[in-house]
Design a protein around this ligand. Sequence first.
Ligand SMILES: [Zn+2]
Ligand SMILES: [Zn+2]
Length: 244
Amino acid sequence: MGGRADEIVLWPLGGIAFVQPPARPGAVLWSIAAGPLVNAVLLPVTIGAYIVAHAQGLQETNPDADHFLHAIAAINLILLLFNMLPIYPLDGGQILQALLWFVIGQATSLMVVSIIGMVGVVAFIGLAIYQEEWWLGVIAAFTAFRCWAGFQQARVLARLEQPPRHRDAACPSCEAHPLKGPFWQCEQCGARFDTFTHQAECPGCGKQFPTTACPECQRAHPIWAWYDTDEKSARAEWEEPEQR
Ligand SMILES: [Zn+2]
Ligand SMILES: [Zn+2]
């Protein structure tokens, strides 16, 4: 799965490309960094054009053109600085998320930048009231909406990142599905195995364990108690494709 910009939302300060995250943070980083990089490349061009024209005396010969070049350079600089604020979903916030992704994973990094973004929303609202600028309020509302969506997406991702579990078995006490993997060790021969694929019988020495302790709540139950004994509902679960 590669990154693709599938939605461009126009708002007062230009376009922001929302990129569907591919599995790797490096690819995300490049797809997001493209926008600010263009602004950064344009920066010396626009400022240089203004300085050269100004030195040639454009202010006297054509004050409108001089003013225009100044405005272009200023807008580009402001856009670059604004976009680099580490507030999700601004480019700076998305770059921060991609960088954090390397360290703490996709779900947690999205969670972190969504919360930082909410702090940014509060700052935008305060600034909007203080400056009496309606467009700052629009940005605050837009940022809040995107951060909330990011927060919800992070929760879904966190659930998907969790290790696989035995969906067919559940603890009779706390109803937690046990993790898939060799997390149980035989006290007799030391073999590590998944007791739910071996029905509480050690594959090393054949010892049958009378009870299996729940890793979540520590209470022990016989292995059969972990399974739905109602044959009808068990069959219904089997025939119904597992849904996420
Ligand atoms: Zn339990
Ligand atoms: Zn054993």
